[in-house]
Design a protein around this ligand. Structure first.
Ligand SMILES: [Zn+2]
Length: 458
């Protein structure tokens, strides 16, 4: 009987003991863990134990571990730990946060920015993030105390900044460009500013800041200076000067070794009569290298007024005239006939279209070398020029006058003008007045005159 009770008692104890067996299932490590983008997840595992009332681990069982972690994408992922045995079923989870902790990188093409004081900062930069890739468009620019600051956040709020010092520099002087060079004024003639331009490397066009001073007394012959001064914001000063010559409007005794040969190409034209009147007024003889242009009356009057007539070309068509030697001479014969028919004169004076140094004839290599010798063989003389009026490039009379006057020198001056340009015709009185006031003699060309031959370049 006693035994029976003892057995019952033991039985109760055993049942009680068995009933205390419990599952101890815990994660090793934190329940929530972080890894960085790209970082490999390392499983720390879980611990499982069936424990009795005395907390003694009686046995373990298998744990199934699953996860869906994608370490290339920011997010929260679950790792599931599952026990699925006959008596116990349980699942626990661990959260793995895949995060971006890396800062973006800003790069710029300059370590220091050197710019004009008024200039906008111009710099190339880029921002790259390990996760967001190119985030250049998110960069914020600011300028604080001579520094350019570039800042950017990536989508995970990681911050980067880059500071680039700015140096405001301008050591360069502005430049002043004067229209025309020296100016020649008849005594009493008003000085008219031909124009100027000032440009600064930083400020651009600063023409309106130019200050002009001059000491010109138009009633007294002499040499004067016009001074142009301009300063940029950094105090760099530029200066330019123009000489102004005021000369007497009264001829002096001409000198034998200062000669001006006025020559006019491409005419006659509707302006030739006006030119002839001017020449007559000053009793100056000139030379006209004529073409098929203009009226017969003009050619007759050139001749009657005692000027020299030279042969320029009939067609003035370079392609035609310089096609061959025979084409040149055929053209020359045509203009020669025109002159001869109108004046009875057989001119031996030639001016090549474009001058003997022309390169417009390059399409026919060597033609100028050949023709320049050949015309001499045939008894002609050709004339180039050593003073260019530039009248094919401008219709500004004053400029033409100055182009001629500033090029005049002692000796022989063969001046190239075109009586087809009205501005050039209008320039003649002043050129003559200056010449006479400065001791020049005006002559027309003849076969023995100086030739001013150019260097042949074809
Ligand atoms: Zn010509």
């Amino acid at each position: 009987m006693k035994i029976k009770y003892i057995l019952i008692f033991i039985g109760v104890i055993v049942i009680f003991y068995l009933s205390t067996i419990h599952l101890d299932f815990i994660l090793i490590g934190d329940n929530v863990d972080q890894i960085s983008i790209g970082e490999q997840y390392i499983e720390k595992g879980a611990d499982v134990c069936y424990r009795d009332i005395f907390n003694v681990c009686l046995f373990k069982s298998d744990i199934k571990i699953e996860n869906n972690i994608d370490n290339t994408k920011i997010g929260n992922y679950e790792v599931k730990y599952t026990i699925d045995s006959t008596f116990f079923k349980k699942q626990i989870k661990r959260i793995i946060e895949v995060v971006d902790l890396e800062c973006p990188v800003i790069e710029a093409d300059k370590e220091i920015i050197k710019i004009c004081p008024n200039e906008e900062v111009d710099i190339n930069y880029s921002a790259y993030d390990n996760y967001d890739k190119d985030i250049t468009s998110k960069v914020k620019k600011s300028i604080v105390e001579n520094k350019l600051i570039l800042e950017v956040f990536d989508s995970s709020n990681n911050y980067s900044s880059l500071e680039i010092p700015i140096e405001y520099v301008d050591n360069e002087k502005p430049t002043i460009t004067l229209t025309d060079g020296a100016i020649y004024l008849l005594k009493g003639e008003k000085y008219k500013e031909p124009g100027y331009k000032a440009v600064d490397n930083c400020l651009g066009n600063i023409t309106n800041k130019v200050k002009i001073t001059n000491n010109i007394d138009i009633n007294k012959s002499g040499t004067y200076t016009v001074t142009y001064t301009v300063s940029d914001d950094m105090g760099n000063v530029a200066k330019a000067t123009r000489k102004v010559y005021v000369y007497e409007n009264s001829p002096v005794v001409p000198s034998k070794d200062k000669v001006i040969y006025l020559t006019f190409d491409d005419g006659p034209s509707k302006y030739t009569f006006e030119l002839l009147d001017i020449l007559k007024k000053y009793d100056v003889k000139a030379t006209f290298f004529v073409t098929s242009n203009g009226s017969d009356e003009a050619i007759k009057r050139i001749y009657e007024d005692g000027h020299s007539i030279g042969l320029h070309t009939y067609s003035h068509n370079y392609k035609e005239v310089y096609k061959s030697a025979s084409a040149y001479f055929a053209d020359l014969a045509k203009i020669n006939n025109r002159v001869k028919k109108l004046t009875g004169l057989e001119s031996k004076l030639i001016r090549f279209p474009g001058g003997s140094s022309n390169t417009v004839s390059n399409f026919n290599p060597g033609i100028m070398s050949y023709l320049s010798k050949q015309v001499l063989v045939k008894g002609y003389q050709y004339f180039d020029w050593n003073v260019s009026s530039g009248d094919t490039e401008t219709s500004d009379t004053n400029k033409i006058v100055n182009n001629v006057i500033k090029s005049l020198k002692k000796g022989n001056n063969i001046v190239l003008q075109h009586d087809t340009n009205h501005a050039s015709v209008k320039a003649v009185s002043k050129i003559i007045e200056y010449g006479k006031a400065n001791g020049y003699t005006f002559k027309s060309l003849n076969i023995n005159s100086p030739t001013a031959h150019h260097v042949i370049s074809n």
